[in-house]
Design a protein around this ligand. Structure first.
Ligand SMILES: Nc1ncnc2c1ncn2[C@@H]1O[C@H](COP(=O)(O)OP(=O)(O)OP(=O)(O)O)[C@@H](O)[C@H]1O
Ligand SMILES: [Mg+2]
Length: 346
């Protein structure tokens, strides 16, 4: 039987798992999809503080879904990770390994108080012209070790741990080479990722997400946050602004933070490429994550950004195993599917 792989996306609102199996050279099937809320107290923002509690529930969920594989790719999007791009003179792989190790503190711009030994790091070479362009990713052991312990306690084998967003381009058919900005709209944060010619270009996290939207809706409708969080499933952004009779300034501000954050990133990219318009360097913005399903968000972004904006639908390109239905909020699974793809490409 073909080997399957799990993509594990640890979100601050919910944990998502996708199991994928290869079906022929370029075809994949989604065997399983599941999600669950992290046990109370197991996460503090995006930090995993109780690996055992999370591992216990994860194991239960995997068993319930009869998921037998232990192969997993874990993805994180965290401001605790440093991602830096550096250019190095041409050298052999061995020399590069030594150079990155030697210059790590400088490359990752570590504060003097942080020892290099406290960091896990990895790097990838993405162009071999006159110079080597290298992307280096570092994450403190303090952040990553609980995740590694959790994977082990859940009787899984971590094949790869990666920046989750780096794998989003894997789930779209990009034979037409559309230049895309991926925006993952989660509960605690929004992650923006752009590749250029198939390689890392920009990765940015803006601290705005579903949690803030719920708080803003609570103020606009003068109700508690628990009740207000349901509003975004029912009303579009425009309806929330129109129907809310309370203080709507926070709602306006949250919408502005979303569009402002994306616009700023695109503008940075534009200036880096010395282009005069964003549309000269980018064809589209693609949204995923739970908040991408809030009604009216695509239109609001489209108006502000003046570029094609659409939702990323991973289910357009994959077949589904019997008994697996396409979820209504399909965008929440984008990262987990991308991560599982990463595992199958190993
Ligand atoms: N159909 C929907 N309409 C509106 N909001 C939705 C919908 N589905 C999910 N959400 C909201 O999306 C958010 C969860 O999205 P997601 O699972 O992408 O977050 P997360 O990955 O756990 O968070 P983060 O990436 O910030 O850690 C919640 O605020 C949830 O209420
Ligand atoms: Mg997320």
């Amino acid at each position: 039987m073909a080997k399957s792989c799990l993509g594990l996306d640890i979100g601050s609102y919910q944990i998502k798992i996708a199991e994928l199996v290869r079906q022929g050279k370029h075809r994949y099937r989604i065997n399983n999809l599941c999600r669950f809320f992290p046990p109370k107290g197991s996460m503090a923002q995006d930090r995993l503080v109780d690996p055992k509690a999370l591992a216990f529930v994860l194991r239960e969920v995997l068993d319930k879904h009869e998921i037998r594989t232990d192969r997993v790719v874990l993805g994180l999007n965290s401001h605790n990770m440093s991602i830096r791009q550096v250019s190095m003179p041409r050298m052999s792989s061995r020399e590069l390994e030594q150079a990155v190790e030697l210059d790590l503190a400088e490359i990752l711009k570590l504060p003097t108080s942080q020892a290099v030994e406290s960091i896990y790091y990895s790097y990838d070479v993405f162009s071999r012209g006159q110079e080597l362009d290298v992307v280096v990713v570092g994450c403190s052991k303090e952040i990553l070790d609980p995740h590694i312990a959790m994977i082990k306690a859940a009787e899984l084998t971590a094949m790869v741990i990666d920046v989750a967003a780096f794998n989003l381009p894997r789930i779209v058919d990009n034979s037409s080479q559309t230049r895309t900005c991926y925006v993952d709209l989660g509960y605690g944060q929004t992650v923006i990722y752009v590749e250029s010619h198939g390689f890392y270009s920009v990765y940015r996290i803006i601290p705005v997400g579903g949690r803030m939207l719920d708080e803003a809706a609570a103020a606009a409708f003068e109700m508690d946050v628990f009740e207000a969080q349901k509003l975004k499933y029912e009303y579009s952004l425009e309806e929330m602004l129109r129907k809310g009779t309370g203080d709507k300034s926070m709602l306006r501000s949250v919408i502005h933070q979303y569009t402002g954050g994306i616009m700023q990133t695109l503008d940075y990219l534009r200036s880096q490429s010395r282009a005069s318009r964003v549309s000269d360097i980018l064809d589209q913005v693609v949204l995923c994550g739970g908040i991408s399903h809030v009604h009216g968000l695509v239109t609001a972004f489209q108006q502000e950004l003046d570029i094609t904006v659409k939702r990323l639908n991973p289910f357009e390109t994959y077949s589904l195993a019997k008994g697996i239905d396409k979820p209504v909020d399909y965008g929440v699974y984008a990262n987990s599917i991308g991560l599982a793809m990463r595992g199958l490409s190993e």
